[in-house]
Design a protein around this ligand. Sequence first.
Ligand code: HEM
Length: 402
Amino acid sequence: MSVEVVTRYKEADEILRQPSLRQALYEEGAILMKDVLVNLFGEEHAQRRHLAQKLFRRDYFRNYERNIFPQTIQETLRPFVEAGGGDLSDFGYRVLMNLTADASGIDRPLRTPQETATLLRMIRSFSKAATLGQLTVGDKGAIRKEIVDTLEEFDAAFFSPSEARRRALLDAVDRGEIAETALPRDLLTILMRNEDKIDLPRDKMLKETAYFLFVGALSTTHALTHALHHVFTWRAEQPQDEPLLMHEPWFLQRCIWESLRLHPPTPELSRRLTCPVHVKSRQEALDADQLLVDMFKVNQDPAMFGPEAGRFDPHRADPPQGWLYGITFGLGTHACLGRILVAGTPIKRDSDLAEAEYGNMYLVIRALLDHGARPDPDRPAEMDTSNTRRNWLTYPFLLDRG
Ligand code: HEM
């Protein structure tokens, strides 16, 4: 099989917009991924995406980050403040799991540490479906069985009760007993309503919901720890920028976007060709079997991000095309639906902040910095060196108590 690696921004931009390319990253994880949005092709993908997009509208992002998420952050932060710190990945998973559970439509009626721990365990299990193709050690069969067992458990413990509550509400709307505005705003409600009348049996809804749950929590947790590490390091090395960091939203957003550029949580995107593809940036048609978009290289393309593209620099000039975070959220056909929820809309020095979407990474990092977050000098952070993703395994941090 011939594989072509794409490393230039302009090429990646053109290629990822080609509708004839088929997703190729999740074939090994088909047990969960086969029928989920990111893995669909052609008309089936367009229809499902159209339905899912009904959730991701501006008023949803706005309401979520202004009225719901701040409370979730404070609730999650409280025990960490009482303890004077903790571990960033543990904190990140807890806070972001709540975010993606809200977006997915998975109720957590008990709100107990036990319930959170159970859902976290399930998310960790589901996330293995996305990386099964890149696994070099371990028993793939055993992992597939674990995913199937976890799906069953998830169905009984979380999906069925969430579905039943929504079914009752949807029926009440149909009978005219409650207003539509009383319905929860989440993916599961949208899938169950299925206004577009697409083919969507229960099993597909179950897997789509499980996918949403893990995809957001997993990638954002790693992104959060990387961004905080850069913020801590920048603050130590560039103390003159401390006022910008603490008081200027545009600057903190640039730190986060710059970190997202340097640490794309998905290291490569993969597509299978269904026919030769012509793009303007290449003279010859692409006719390899598979294309791999190297996210690290594309995001450090000097043509877009300058000669020192590998450095973290929140003062870097904006690229001539696209955003400072590069193609971290993908582009084109499968571009991330959670992008604005995670990273917000661009904030400039003179932006009207009443109109700004900050994104949940900003809100979490802001809350941590406001509580005095800093690395724990007695417990150095550890990086996972077992793969090329270079994520933080542990990142102990301190907070001001009280
Ligand atoms: C730092 C956080 C995140 C990053 C870096 C990220 C990145 C990406 C990327 C690169 C893709 C494209 C995959 C491809 O082209 O093969 C994608 C797709 C997607 N993302 Fe995200 N994502 C993040 C968070 C989220 C969140 C929080 C949600 C939902 C709550 C979400 C929902 C989706 C969905 C539904 C798709 C599939 C879209 C489609 O295939 O049409 N993501 N994401």
